[in-house]
Every structure is written in structure tokens, then in C-alpha cells.
Design a protein around this ligand. Structure first.
Ligand SMILES: [Zn+2]
Length: 321
């Protein structure tokens, strides 16, 4: 049995090391564009590929910067039972109550989303097209992360319950198998968000509440499948790869009763809503005149460094967050 878990762990470590997977993040940013009003669509739609591709930059940055990791998660269970009243929602009050070091240790995702929202708002005010695209793409990443139940739990990869690999199973394998063919990701217009911090916290708390179900459900299912049914050689990105079998993945999704699809839809809506909110709070600047060529020469160098670090460096901090 131990050998089985080690194998499962190694298997999943190599294939699913990123939140929502690259597939999920790119899909979320892509679909979020279509929820925007025409005055934003005129700029966002021509850059939809950029917004999708760069949805994963924050995960790549985890190979470059030590401080990047905690921006992607928050271990809410560290703060006692829901609704975690011992943890102030406002950053300054939280630092005063818990210290910045301690907050960083258990993740700062909700507050980092606020930072990114402010950066995007300022970029809209300045009509700085490079920064608008960069911050919009990256804000989309962090907002999507907070919707993943295991991003709000200290048992983030099932390491405390003998379920190594469940992180990638939930957020990569399930969407990769079902999102394109089975899920409805068309959503109406994004609403303006009057209280972004409140919305972000409510999504984080929903995620924490769902974490137990994510873990418990897989435990139940594992008892119904033999180990040679759990994994199979199946195609992934054009290659035959040993991974969670389709049958096991479908059964898991069914037992979760559509949870992964609901969280992906909620992510898409929240991403578009915060893009819209930043633009409205910036005074709804006209985006029609912005050029369609994103990124200056200096920004391109930074992106190249990010790419190099991602390809050549070990990840800094947690593997699965
Ligand atoms: Zn992430």
C-alpha cells in the first residue's frame, strides 16, 4: 500500500504541480473576457490569447521568487473553525493581530488579490496597456486560485490523510477531462463588485468549507476501486501517460456533484467582475485607442527571466499550492 501511495505521489508531482493546472487557469481567463461590457471587450478581446497564456505567470514566478508561494493560498483551518473570526479580514488589522511572518507562513491569497486589484486599477487610470494586460492576466490567476478548495486548507495535497496527488487530481485532471466537452462555461455579464474584499473572503471561506468534501469523497471512492483501476495509461497532451483513469475521474466528479465545474464557473465570473470593477473604479477610461502591441522591450526581458526560472529552477516553497 505504501508503494502505491509513493507511486501516486510521484506520478502526480510530475504532472500536476500548479493550481487549476495551466489548462484551467488559461481557460478561466479566456472565458472571463466574454463577460465584459463592449467598452472593455474592444481591448480585451484582441488580447484574449495573451490574457490566457499569461494566466499562469504567477505559478512560474514561484520558481523565481521565494515570496511568491504564499500569494496563492491561505490555510484557513489554521485559524480555528469557520468563519475564522480570529483572523481579521483587513491586512493591517491582521498584521497587528497575527504578525506578518505568521500570516505569510499560512498564506496571504485574499490580501494579495487586493494588491493586484489596486495595481490593475492604477494601470487603467494611466491607460498603460502593458500593465493592464499583465495585471489583468495575473489577477485572474490569483482570483481563480482562491476558488480551489485545497488552496484554503493546510492539507493542501492530502499529505495529512494519505491522499498525495489529490490537489492535481481535483484541479487539473477533472477539468482536463471534462471542461471542453461536458461543462457549460458560458456565463452572462459580469457584475460590478461593490465590496471586493468581502467577495474575496466569501469565496475563500466557501473553498475552505468544500475542502473536507474534496478529501472525504476521494477517500470513499478509493475504497470502491482497486489500485489498477485508479490509474491507467491514457493520452494527455498527445502522449500516453500514466494518470488517474478516466473511469476514476468521472466517478469522482459525479460524487462531487459538479463541484469542480461550479468552482470554475464561479472563478470565471469573479475574474471578469474584478476586471470590470478595476476599470469602473479607474473612471471607465476609453480603451479603444490603446495599441494592440503588448509589452515594452524591458517587460519582454522580465518575461524571459520568468520563463528561464520556470524551466531551470526548482520550485521555491510548497509544491502544491
Ligand atoms: Zn497559483
Amino acid at each position: 500500500m505504501l508503494r502505491f501511495y509513493i507511486l501516486a505521489y510521484l506520478l502526480c508531482l510530475s504532472y500536476y504541480a500548479h493550481a487549476w493546472g495551466f489548462f484551467g487557469h488559461q481557460k478561466i481567463n479566456y472565458h472571463a473576457v466574454f463577460l465584459l461590457p463592449p467598452d472593455m471587450l474592444v481591448f480585451f478581446k484582441p488580447h484574449i490569447d495573451f490574457l490566457s497564456v499569461h494566466a499562469v505567470d504567477p505559478d512560474k514566478r514561484r520558481y523565481l521568487l521565494e515570496q511568491e508561494g504564499p500569494r496563492h493560498y491561505i490555510d484557513l483551518d489554521h485559524y480555528g473553525p469557520a468563519p475564522y473570526l480570529s483572523l481579521p479580514r483587513d491586512w493591517k488589522t491582521a498584521v497587528a493581530a497575527c504578525s506578518e511572518d505568521s500570516l505569510t507562513r499560512y498564506g496571504i491569497a485574499p490580501w494579495w488579490i487586493q494588491v493586484m486589484l489596486e495595481r490593475l486599477t492604477r494601470a487603467f487610470m494611466a491607460k498603460d496597456q502593458d500593465k493592464i494586460l499583465q495585471y489583468a492576466a495575473e489577477l485572474g490567476h490569483y482570483v481563480a486560485d482562491i476558488h480551489v478548495p485545497l488552496h484554503a486548507s493546510s492539507n493542501h495535497n492530502g499529505q495529512l490523510t494519505g491522499q498525495h496527488g489529490i490537489h492535481g487530481f481535483w484541479e487539473s485532471r477533472v477539468p482536463e477531462l471534462l471542461a471542453d466537452t461536458e461543462w457549460d462555461l458560458l456565463i452572462g455579464q459580469a457584475p460590478y463588485c461593490k465590496d471586493p474584499l468581502g467577495m474575496i473572503w466569501s469565496r475563500a471561506i466557501q473553498s475552505a468549507a468544500a475542502a473536507d468534501t474534496v478529501l472525504h469523497t476521494e477517500k470513499i471512492l478509493r475504497k470502491q476501486f482497486s489500485s489498477d483501476q485508479v490509474f491507467a495509461y491514457e493520452e494527455r497532451k498527445g502522449q500516453l501517460t500514466r494518470q488517474f483513469s478516466s473511469a476514476y475521474t468521472l466517478a469522482y466528479d459525479q460524487l462531487l456533484n459538479g463541484m469542480v465545474e461550479r468552482r470554475m464557473r464561479a472563478s470565471i465570473e469573479a475574474v471578469a467582475s474584478l476586471w470590470l470593477t478595476a476599470w469602473v473604479n479607474a473612471g471607465q477610461p476609453s480603451l479603444a485607442s490603446l495599441s494592440r502591441q503588448p509589452y515594452s522591450a524591458q517587460d519582454i526581458v522580465s518575461l524571459q527571466q520568468l520563463e528561464e526560472a520556470y524551466k531551470n529552477n526548482p520550485i521555491k516553497g510548497r509544491e502544491h499550492d
